[in-house]
Design a protein around this ligand. Structure first.
Ligand code: 5GP
Length: 126
């Protein structure tokens, strides 16, 4: 079964320039911007410019150039912001997918969170 992409989702609107965003970095295939409701001192969203719904959709269908660009841009942002576990205190990458993943915006994105201890990965209470 193939994912169906909703062109009206909010990140598609950001990519079309219909909604403003606080851009951190933009490359040929990738855009990173500040989350509108930050949950940590550093909270950015890294998205591919292509129409992919979830990370697995991106991983399955994106071109090598898009995947390389996305991955290297993620590394560049960690370097720029000094949050890597190597140079700084570490961070968390989260990519929610679908209903159980509690994904709100159906355009593939990775949250980059840092700047404070982030707790355990999952809330045992669900
Ligand atoms: P999800 O739950 O889909 O993984 O996360 C979606 C994220 O997008 C949320 O953290 C939310 O705060 C963020 N978000 C939703 N609408 C906007 C918007 O218009 N601009 C920005 N910058 N972030 C948004």
């Amino acid at each position: 079964m193939a994912y169906s992409y909703d062109e009206k989702n909010i990140f598609a609107m950001i990519l079309r320039g219909e909604i403003p965003n606080k851009t951190v970095i933009e490359t040929a295939h990738t855009l990173a911007f500040e989350d509108i409701q930050p949950q940590a001192p550093v909270h950015m969203l890294v998205i591919p410019k292509g129409a992919y719904v979830t990370y697995d959709d991106f991983a399955a269908r994106a071109s090598d150039a898009e995947i390389l660009d996305f991955t290297r841009t993620l590394a560049k942002i960690c370097e720029m912001t000094g949050v890597s576990a190597d140079a700084g205190d570490g961070c968390r990458f989260i990519s929610n997918a679908g209903t159980h993943g509690m994904q709100e915006v159906p355009h593939m994105h990775v949250h980059l969170l840092a700047g404070r201890p982030l707790g355990r990965l999952l809330d045992p209470a669900g």
